[in-house]
Write a protein that binds this ligand. Sequence first.
Ligand code: SIN
Length: 302
Amino acid sequence: MGRLNVNLCGIPLDNPVIPASGTFGYGYEFAELYDINILGTFSFKGTTREPRFGNPTPRIAECPSGMLNSVGLQNPGVEKVISEELPRLKQVFRKPVMANVSGFSVEDYAYTCALLDREPQVGWLEVNISCPNVHGGGMSFGTDPASAAEVVRAVKRVTAKPVLIKLSPNVTDIAAIARACEEAGADGISLINTLLGMRIDLRSRRPVLANTVGGLSGPAVFPVALRMVWQVSQAVHIPVVGMGGVRTAEDVIEMMLAGASAVEVGAENLVNPLACRDIIRSLPEVMDRYGIASLDEIIGGV
Ligand code: SIN
């Protein structure tokens, strides 16, 4: 095994670096900038049963050390993802991809996962029960252990692929939700999604975002994410994928020491489209600096 290799729910990764859903599209724009096959994998744009236009604009607000988004799960719907996006992705990405799935009901999640389960390119299902930008679904499933477990059970019934559940940080007891997901059969947990936030335009005295509130991501959230990754890793026995404000190889190593088996990079892709490539390139040198022989052996080593 190479020194960057890790394993995520039984599937080997060349390295733990994974662009996060919503920051990497379906991959092919980034494939024009570098060979995206150097990635561990990537999580594609959150996909729902029906096509979605998303929320009204403005949907983005800049903040010191981060950004707010209220995109609202814009995507072409699962059928188009399968008929158009996956064939296009196959031309540029030869590894198993992570399919990110959102829904507005338990049935929605199961329907979308059942269709994606048949796709050989899909390695993992990352089930997002934590989108803060939609009403009547999304985060409402991820803030209650019983509802989270219901989604997990419904999805597990329709797929043989590993299921990672993406959790919201907008809760008081993240460990309780993670445990409920594990008990319901989840194969892994990914966290954190964005933190609910808001900005006001002083001239208009109106919220900057048309949706009033949105999700905060970027370096500002890194310590919160790290704390929650550590808490969840202590609470469950299944693999954890850490994300939230990761920008550098050092951040990846911190996340892994906190307990992450792999690490997603989100907002940084929007600042520097080469961020994941740069992190992968610099990992060996940073590992040497801190006396790390292989990444696999530092997971949970804090
Ligand atoms: C969005 O599309 O609103 C972002 C997705 C998410 O935060 O889960």
